[in-house]
Design a protein around this ligand. Structure first.
Ligand SMILES: [Mg+2]
Length: 306
């Protein structure tokens, strides 16, 4: 294990932390780490806390993505938050000066669609607890989102991060779940991070309420740390899991997903996890760094020292 922590000033803003150089890694030395990094052909990036905070892009993000382009390393964006559509995420990125294609964007709603089609190919009519944007993603994929009438025919229930949740729809979801319908959840998060004076009750907490009411947990919960969101990247680019680096700021979702998939796990300290969290993480990420800028430097150094 090698550990390098230099500098004194630990600011909340990763760009103000430039005097600080952090590199934690379970590899015996930097040479062994670089050897592992050399295998990376694609970087799967978490969004909030990794490339931006809320609506503010980190200054290191655009140079990092240009560096990946010039090194011939692909990249994609992964998010557990299903409340926005792919088009809305692309617009959000574009507003911050990052251009990306729909093929580079992977949401937990898309993973849920894929899982539903595989596990329940006969399912067509869904009761969806989700935002209009999320419901539309399911409709675009060929499903019918039914009303909350008890007379509807329902093949499956989908619970998501529903910012438009109403009591009557929560009760109707509980009814269909208690009737034994297939029940999928988009993501396990209890809350969604926010800088506003509120708590954003996320999909995991909505499912906890449904579990108390019905005695059932979701049959499957998509999103990180499950690995389904990586499947599209692996298939599209013909990659092995170890050729992907999963980069994120949460140990129990981003890093666990990397571990579950057999991908390279890069923890950044620009969001939720602290250096203390990183030291205590089991298993250890392949590398813990201050921000994505250091990952770009590592990849470049690994390629140049080949
Ligand atoms: Mg994050």
């Amino acid at each position: 294990m090698h550990e390098l922590v230099a500098g004194r000033h630990l600011s909340r803003n990763p760009e103000l932390r430039t005097p600080v150089m952090i590199e934690l890694s379970p590899y015996p030395d930097r040479r062994a780490l670089l050897e592992r990094v050399r295998q990376i052909k694609h970087v799967a990036l978490d969004m909030d806390g990794t490339i931006y905070k809320g609506a503010t892009l980190f200054p290191c993000t655009a140079p990092f993505l240009s560096r990946l382009n010039s090194l011939g390393v692909g990249f994609s964006f992964l998010t557990n938050n299903p409340s926005k559509s792919v088009a809305e995420y692309l617009k959000h990125l574009e507003n911050m000066g990052i251009s990306a294609t729909a093929e580079q964007m992977h949401t937990s709603a898309q993973a849920t669609v894929a899982c539903l089609k595989m596990r329940h190919p006969e399912a067509k009519r869904l009761f969806v607890l989700g935002t209009p944007s999320m419901t539309e993603e399911f409709e675009k994929a060929g499903f019918i989102a039914v009303s909350e009438s008890a007379d509807e025919l329902v093949d499956a229930v989908i619970a998501g991060f529903d910012l438009t949740l109403t009591y009557s729809r929560l009760c109707r979801a509980a009814w269909w779940i208690s009737c034994g319908k297939p029940y999928l959840a988009t993501n396990p998060d209890w809350v969604c991070p926010t800088d506003q004076p509120t708590v954003l009750v996320d999909c995991g907490s909505i499912c906890a309420a449904l579990e108390k009411a019905t005695g059932r947990k979701p049959d499957v919960t998509l999103g990180k740390p499950q690995t389904e969101m990586l499947d599209g990247i692996l298939h599209r680019h013909g990659l092995q899991p170890r050729e992907i680096a999963v980069v994120g700021d949460r140990i129990y979702t981003d890093m666990l997903m990397a571990h579950n998939a057999g991908a390279f796990a890069a923890l950044v300290l620009s969001g939720e996890a602290t250096l203390e969290d990183a030291r205590n993480a089991i298993p250890q990420p392949d590398v813990t760094i201050q921000s994505i800028r250091q990952l770009g430097e590592l990849i470049e150094e690994a390629k140049n020292s080949a």
